[in-house]
Ligand binder design. Structure first.
Ligand code: FE
Ligand code: FE
Ligand code: ZN
Length: 275
């Protein structure tokens, strides 16, 4: 089972790998650049190679890099849209230093334009950024439906995927808090939700899981993460998710409100479930 959390990239790639090991993790997530800003620092190819070696030695699962929150490729304002598209393109070039991993991004917020207008914009940004030689799989994250977020339903994600040309380079990241907040009851009908995902999107597209409990009830559209077992989803349902045979080989990334010590304990608790 591949479990990890978000790590700070400020000390480089290899440092994150060591940090993951220290926390009992065998995958991790990191922001490709300042999550609230835009600037990206230069990549050290040697450092990237050292991380790849560490990952091989310790049998890591695929990494799940995360785009900055400022990225909105379907923004109403053209300058934000262009800035976001450039960032997406640049991030995918940078991911080439860590081939074979995942790059997750929020489809975006349509800010009043409506999802019908936003969906072709998101697909167009992907069609411009994706190149046949890329070895990174880009993941659309399932969203809670806060504000004007696109990706709150499986149908919206399907609509984006349908418009992407290099379709085999795009998958979905299943965020348990977001799916729950989006109205999918993974507590009482997990199998039904996964069946629905399979019918609408296809389970072969489900590449990674953001493993979060939620502070709010199903369908709340709030997006407030809670520690595993301390939220409205609860330990039993979270356990059923991570032990579900259809999700067995996926990287599970914690985005719970914890410090390092808290993450180490949370990972140990999840591993004690048999994960
Ligand atoms: Fe996210
Ligand atoms: Fe997430
Ligand atoms: Zn969230």
């Amino acid at each position: 089972m591949y479990i990890g959390n978000h790590l700070s990239s400020s000390k480089g790639f290899e440092h994150m790998g060591k940090e993951a090991l220290r926390l009992g993790a065998n995958t991790f997530a990191f922001f490709t650049r300042n999550p609230r800003g835009g600037a990206a620092k230069a990549i050290d190819p040697e450092d990237a190679r050292r991380l790849q070696k560490l990952m091989e030695e310790h049998h890591f699962g695929k990494l799940v890099a995360h785009a900055p929150y400022t990225m909105n490729v379907c923004a109403a304002k053209e300058d934000i849209r262009r800035f976001s598209r450039d960032m997406l393109q640049d991030d995918l070039e940078r991911m080439a230093y860590l081939p074979g991993n995942y790059y997750n991004f929020h489809p975006g917020s349509h800010v009043g334009q409506g999802a019908e207008k936003a969906i072709p914009m998101i697909a167009d940004a992907l069609n411009c950024a994706l190149k046949p030689g890329h070895q990174t799989t880009v993941l659309l994250e399932t969203m809670a439906g806060k504000g004007s977020e696109v990706g709150r339903s499986f149908e919206e994600l399907r609509a984006i995927l349908d418009l992407v040309e290099l379709s085999d380079k795009v998958g979905v990241c299943f965020d348990t808090c977001h799916v729950w907040d989006g109205g999918y009851d993974i507590v009482d009908r997990l199998d039904g939700v996964l069946e629905e995902f399979d019918r609408v999107i296809g389970l072969d597209r489900l590449k990674a899981v953001h493993f979060n409990d939620s502070m709010n009830p199903c369908g709340a559209h709030k997006d407030r993460h809670q520690k595993i077992g301390e939220g409205e989803i609860g330990a039993a349902a979270m356990k059923a998710v991570i032990l579900h045979p259809l999700l067995a080989d996926k990287p599970f990334i914690l985005e719970t409100p914890n410090d390092d010590d808290g993450y180490a304990k949370e990972i140990a608790m999840i591993r004690s479930w048999g994960a």
